[in-house]
Structure formats: structure tokens, C-alpha cells
Design a protein around this ligand. Structure first.
Ligand code: SF4
Ligand code: SF4
Length: 123
């Protein structure tokens, strides 16, 4: 079961998780061309080895340890993590479209600071 990045990453995107991931499965990295435009970062579900290193590294608790543990409000972002591929313009656009849809359908979450969003997931 892969780890999943969720919406507290939107507006944070500090790459702390990238720096600790042993298999380089979190993208886009800062040195990839998609980084500037990406709303958040994504974990490649087939490459994640479930080591857990990224979770304590994230300053806003954006990362859940499985699809099952990802809150209902964040489920669309599971798909965004799954489809994003650095270097594939179509996949990048699709992931971004999913994220924009998530933002539009969760104005309540987007209205709170990224640091408070994970706490709001449980409500
Ligand atoms: S759980 Fe480990 S392998 Fe998976 S994204 Fe996090 S740091 Fe990378
Ligand atoms: S550490 Fe958290 S906020 Fe930072 S890029 Fe990774 S998932 Fe996003």
C-alpha cells in the first residue's frame, strides 16, 4: 500500500519529503521542470517502498501511510498521486486537473492554513 500526499502540501510544497525518500519516488523534485507549476507533490504508488521516512519529515502532516488511511475528503488525491509522472505532460495535466477539482470542491479546507488542514481532515 503506497503512501499518499494530500492537500496540506498545497501551499507548502517544501520538498522536505523528497530529501528523505530513499527511492526518489516523490515528484516533481525542485530540479524537475514541472516543480514551479505543480500545486503539490505526488508519490509514485508503484515505486514507494512504504519505508515511512517521509511522514515525520512533512511539516504539515500531508502524508498518509496508505490509501485506506487517507481520509474521505482526500480520496480524489489518491488518484492524483497515481497518475502524475514527471516528464509526461498529459499525466502532469491530469494530476493538476484532479487537484484543481479537489480545491474547488473543498473550499472549507482551502480556507484554512496548510498547517491546520490535516487536523481538519478528521472533521
Ligand atoms: S514511504 Fe518511503 S519510499 Fe514511500 S514516499 Fe515515503 S519516503 Fe518514499
Ligand atoms: S514534506 Fe509535506 S508539504 Fe513538503 S513537499 Fe512533502 S508532502 Fe508536501
Amino acid at each position: 500500500m503506497p503512501f499518499v500526499i494530500t492537500d496540506p502540501c498545497i501551499g507548502t510544497k517544501d520538498s522536505a519529503c523528497v530529501d528523505v525518500c530513499p527511492v526518489d519516488c516523490i515528484h516533481p523534485r525542485k530540479d524537475e521542470p514541472e516543480f514551479t507549476e505543480a500545486s503539490m507533490l505526488y508519490i509514485h504508488p508503484d515505486e514507494c517502498i512504504d519505508c515511512g521516512a517521509c511522514v515525520p519529515a512533512c511539516p504539515v502532516a500531508a502524508i498518509y501511510d496508505s490509501v485506506d488511511s487517507t481520509p474521505a475528503s482526500q480520496k480524489s488525491l489518491v488518484e492524483a498521486n497515481a497518475v502524475f509522472r514527471a516528464g509526461d505532460a498529459g499525466a502532469v495535466a491530469k494530476a493538476e486537473e484532479i487537484v484543481k477539482g479537489h480545491m474547488a470542491s473543498h473550499p472549507d479546507l482551502m480556507a484554512v492554513a496548510p498547517t491546520e488542514r490535516a487536523a481538519a481532515h478528521a472533521k
